[in-house]
Design a protein around this ligand. Structure first.
Ligand code: GLU
Length: 279
């Protein structure tokens, strides 16, 4: 007899659901295994024009387009985007706050100690953004005594610290948009991160004609899809989706519609890249 409260069938249903989820190695609060459907929570940047940008209630950029394509191929029916700032990406994957990260996220051996990567799906390179009127900064070798801005937890800041830290004053913020604002207001001399990110900022209407990308890269940044460490099943499914995205022309179209509008031309010798094998 039902005595009010939760109906029996509901308890049974919840049990089945709970058992079903705990039975899958790759299931997490951020999304089930590929093919299991439902919602997936995906990490992107919210303030990088051309790549990952929150615009009111909508999201746009190349990372967003790749994320949407992959999520659909993996059978998810709903994508929820969350902001994953550079310094928080590994932690957010480890703590199941996001299932996958598409956020200009370079594949590195250091990061692989904590997370795994599918891809790469894009190759960029570290560069410098300076005032359009600045003529003295032509590359990292001309930064002596200059104020340089980058982001906490990025490979861009690490590269500076590992190479020319005693020659420059490095200011670190949590997002690149803060660095670009500081550059536009004249409180710093240059911003450093990947060329494709810098080109997106330089093309913003409010900075048009005021900022320029130096155009001499000094690193190779291979953008991967961050996932929980060791989730080989998810990695393989993502790599299959990325290969399909390239072969059916969607990768090129997404790039042209997003990054392409900033006038940035990706390195055709390295793009589109082939994915690494899933470890
Ligand atoms: N691709 C570099 C990185 O993963 C710089 C861009 C970023 O911070 O997202 O650290």
């Amino acid at each position: 007899m039902m005595t009010g409260g939760t109906p029996r069938w509901a308890i049974g249903g919840a049990l089945v659901l709970a058992l079903g989820l705990s039975g899958c190695a790759g299931a997490s609060p951020a999304g089930g295994d590929p093919g299991s459907g439902g919602k997936v929570t995906v990490g992107i940047k919210f303030d990088q024009p051309g790549l990952g940008l929150k615009n009111g209630d909508s999201f746009e950029g190349f990372d967003v387009e790749v994320a949407r394509y992959v999520a659909k191929e993996l059978g998810y029916t709903d994508v929820e985007f969350r902001e994953t700032p550079s310094a928080q990406r590994e932690t957010m994957l480890q703590s199941d706050q996001v299932k996958m990260i598409f956020a200009t996220y370079s594949i590195t051996d250091d990061r692989k100690k904590k997370v795994s990567f599918a891809g790469p799906y894009f190759i960029a390179g570290q560069d410098l953004l300076v005032s359009a009127s600045a003529s003295g900064i032509t590359g990292p070798e001309s930064l002596n005594g200059k104020k340089l801005c980058s982001v906490v937890g990025s490979t861009s800041a690490k590269k500076i610290k590992d190479t020319i830290a005693n020659e420059v004053q490095l200011q670190e913020y949590d997002t690149y948009s803060k660095c670009v604002e500081a550059l536009a207001s004249g409180s710093i001399d240059a911003v450093t991160t990947d060329n494709v990110i810098l080109a997106g900022f330089a093309a913003q209407p409010q900075y048009a004609g005021k900022l320029k990308v130096v155009g001499k890269t000094f690193s190779t940044e291979r953008y991967g899809v961050g996932i929980k460490q060791g989730d080989t099943k998810l990695c393989t499914a993502i790599n299959d989706a990325l290969a399909k995205m390239v072969s059916d022309g969607s990768w090129q179209k997404a790039l042209d519609d997003t990054v392409g509008t900033s006038g940035f031309t990706p390195d055709a010798a390295t793009n589109p890249p082939k994915a690494d094998a899933c470890a």
